[in-house]
Structures are given as structure tokens and as C-alpha cells.
Design a protein around this ligand. Structure first.
Ligand SMILES: *Cc1c(COP(=O)(O)O)cnc(C)c1O
Length: 390
């Protein structure tokens, strides 16, 4: 059975050229970049080469890139680092209700530790209104953190407009760009951000590598303390192979971004159209236009997302649902709930995120197997019978 991977928002396979670029740094070129002999300096040079590629790809200066172990660390670093370094100026932070857990959980931690948090709501498409950001800003506001694009529903936020507001007010602005970097245009000056998080494994790089962009002059406390690596901003011996792989992945992503975006947008729209046509009572989540090129997220009425995932898995299709099964209870997605979708409907969400290996045949196969799966599950569903009687 052919495996059809439709979960590129969760992670991506590492590109073979990336693996090849990393390989020597595990075995022959294993030196610690902090040591002074030539072997070590080779590691150091490789890191700086990767830094240059990543910096250039987002329009940043080399010194503004700090390598981390991934998106979660970059988010934690940005939020806690800004909060602790600037608490003499104020204790208020503005974020949104639809952020990734890698932002929401450190925000909760800060809330428990004396910071005041405003969670902005979104419209039915998952969009934040920049006017709401403006209204929420007070004298004690030190940071705004709004994601570039949402990982579940794919909605792309008006970051540029928010950036103009924060700049005018002199407030730090962080964006989680884990879903956008290497996929759509990400430029720190155009976006008007002071901090930006990225993760290599979302753009065909290795897991365990990422970066935080920190605009020059930003007052931030290091998240990891220890040695003097990354100009005292991130202690711990650098993940040299990971960083090298991150650089290579960025280079490859930038080289074919335009074509790949167009290809994925076409596949995405073809899949959305097919789902709406072939299955009754399907609702598209997220914005119809302002969405990631590879994101399809729908609610299929009267059934559980989890049961669709299991049936799709039996056909070799890897997909995802907004509802995470934790300790036996089904928690509907906080993102869908924030969009005003009922808990009942949110349980029937299905996310298909496309990527490099996907073809029209994959989409056709999915459109062939999914309608009968839905039909079968609906016949077993008490919700469906109830819904039909009305
Ligand atoms: C995947 C993801 C993260 C977490 O990144 P890791 O590298 O897995 O720690 C953070 N934010 C968003 C939006 C993501 O999609």
C-alpha cells in the first residue's frame, strides 16, 4: 500500500540533500565550535554559513539570528526573555486565543507569575483585527505576540498592519512564523517584527533545530544559561549537524518557493472543491483566501475526526484532526472554538496539509476513499440520526 502523507504541518521528511549536507558533521567534522583547532573551526564556519542563509532568507542581519532546538524553544525564549528583561516597564502582554501551545503555555506560565495577559479573539475565519490590538495596548504593555499563520486552519494574519501599530507605540512584537518560513514570503522588516520564531523540521530540515530572530537593540534575557555560545544568548554546545541541515533546507526552500507555492495552492483548491462536492455537510475552516498554500481544514458534520483518521490510516493516508485525544476525553480544538465553531462540530474536524511528495493522484485517491468512509461512519453515528430527524 502506498503511503500518502498529508500532515506536513506536523512535520516534514528531511530532504535527502539536507541529510547529505549534515552527514559529515556527525562523523568526520565533529569538532566543538568553541575549540580553537582547525577541526573545530570548520564546525564554526559551517554554523556561520547556515546563519547567513537563514538571516538572508528573512531579510535579517547575521547577528540577529540565534539558533535554538526548535520552534518551541524559540517561542519560550521570545516570550519569557522579553517579559523578564522588560518587567520594569510593565507587565502586560497581548496575544491571541489561537496561538500554538508553544506560545500559549509559556504565556500561561507568565500569567501565573504576575503578568497580565490579553487574549484577543478572532473572527469566523480565524483572523485577528489589528484595531483590537490597538485598543488592547495600554501604558504597561511590553509585548505583542501574534502568529504569522495558524498551524491548524492555515489563516494568515495581518502581521504588517499589527507591526505598524506596535512600532508606533514602541512595543516589542513577536511572531511565530514556524508555519510560514520557507513556504511564503517572510521578511522581518516588511512584517515589522522584533522577534520571529522558526523551526527547521517544518521546511524539510531536521527535527531539533530552529531559530529566534532578535532585532538588534532588543532587550531580552537569555532562556538557556551556561556557556557563552551564540554571543551569550543561547548556552549549550551548538547542534552543528542540525544547524547545517537547517541552512541547507532554507536554501532549497527559497530556491523553489514560488513554483511550489503555486503547485500546492492548485492541489489545495482542487482538494477543497472535491470535498465540498463529494460529501454533504462539509464546512471549510479558516479563511477562503488568506490561507497557507498547503492547508485544508474542514468540519465534517455528525462524525468524530478521530474515527475518520483511523479509517484513513487503514487506507495509508496520514491526516490530522483538530481534536486531541487527551486522557480519554476528546478536547475540541481551541482554534476552532475561538472561530465560533460549536464543540460538537469541532469534533468532526479534519486537517490535510500538503507537501513536496503529494500529487494530483494522491488527492484523487483521497476523494475516492473518503466519501464512503464518511457515509459508513455517519450511519453509525447517533448525531447523524438526530440531525436527520430535525
Ligand atoms: C510545529 C510548531 C511549533 C513547534 O515547533 P517545534 O520545532 O516542534 O518545537 C510552534 N509553532 C507552530 C505554529 C508550529 O506549527
Amino acid at each position: 500500500m502506498k503511503l500518502i502523507y498529508f500532515d506536513y504541518a506536523a512535520t516534514t521528511p528531511t530532504h535527502p540533500e539536507v541529510v547529505a549536507a549534515m552527514q559529515p558533521f556527525f562523523t568526520k567534522k565533529f569538532g566543538n565550535p568553541s575549540s580553537i583547532y582547525s577541526l573545530a573551526q570548520e564546525s564554526k564556519r559551517a554554523i556561520e554559513k547556515a546563519r547567513k542563509i537563514v538571516a538572508k532568507a528573512m531579510g535579517a542581519e547575521n547577528e540577529e539570528i540565534v539558533f535554538t532546538c526548535g520552534g518551541t524553544e524559540a517561542d519560550n525564549f521570545a516570550l519569557k526573555g522579553i517579559a523578564f528583561a522588560n518587567k520594569d516597564k510593565g507587565n502586560h502582554i497581548i496575544t491571541s486565543a489561537i496561538e500554538h501551545k508553544a506560545v500559549l503555555e509559556p504565556i500561561h506560565f507568565l500569567e501565573q507569575n504576575g503578568f497580565r495577559i490579553t487574549y484577543l479573539g478572532v473572527d469566523k475565519y480565524g483572523l485577528i483585527d489589528p484595531e483590537d490590538v490597538k485598543k488592547a495596548i495600554g501604558k504597561d504593555t511590553i509585548l505583542v505576540s501574534i502568529m504569522h499563520a495558524n498551524n491548524e486552519i492555515g489563516t494568515i494574519q495581518p502581521i504588517e498592519e499589527i507591526g505598524k501599530i506596535t512600532k508606533e507605540k514602541g512595543i516589542y512584537f513577536h511572531t511565530d512564523a514556524v508555519q510560514t518560513f520557507g513556504h511564503i514570503d517572510v521578511n522581518v522588516d516588511k512584517l515589522g517584527v522584533d522577534l520571529l520564531s522558526v523551526a527547521a523540521h517544518k521546511l524539510y530540515g531536521p527535527k531539533g533545530a530552529g531559530a529566534l530572530y532578535i532585532r538588534k537593540g532588543t532587550k531580552i534575557t537569555p532562556f538557556m544559561q551556561g556557556g557563552g555560545q551564540e554571543k551569550n544568548r543561547r548556552a549549550s554546545t551548538e547542534n552543528v549537524p542540525g544547524i547545517v541541515g537547517f541552512g541547507k533546507a532554507t536554501e532549497l526552500a527559497m530556491a523553489n518557493m514560488k513554483e511550489e507555492t503555486r503547485r500546492l495552492e492548485n492541489l489545495r483548491d482542487y482538494l477543497i472543491k472535491g470535498l465540498m462536492k463529494d460529501i454533504e455537510d462539509v464546512i471549510l475552516n479558516g479563511h477562503p483566501k488568506l490561507r497557507l498554500p498547503n492547508n485544508v481544514n474542514v468540519c465534517i458534520k455528525y462524525i468524530e475526526g478521530e474515527s475518520i483518521l483511523l479509517s484513513l490510516d487503514a487506507k495509508g493516508i496520514c491526516a490530522s484532526s483538530g481534536s486531541a485525544c487527551t486522557s480519554g476525553t476528546l478536547e475540541p480544538s481551541h482554534v476552532l472554538l475561538a472561530c465560533g465553531i460549536s464543540a460538537e462540530l469541532a469534533h468532526g474536524s479534519l486537517r490535510l496539509t500538503l507537501g513536496s511528495a503529494n500529487t494530483k493522484e494522491d488527492v484523487d485517491f483521497t476523494l475516492e476513499v473518503l466519501p464512503p468512509i464518511v457515509k459508513k461512519l455517519r450511519l453509525m453515528s447517533p448525531l447523524y440520526k438526530k440531525g436527520n430527524k430535525k
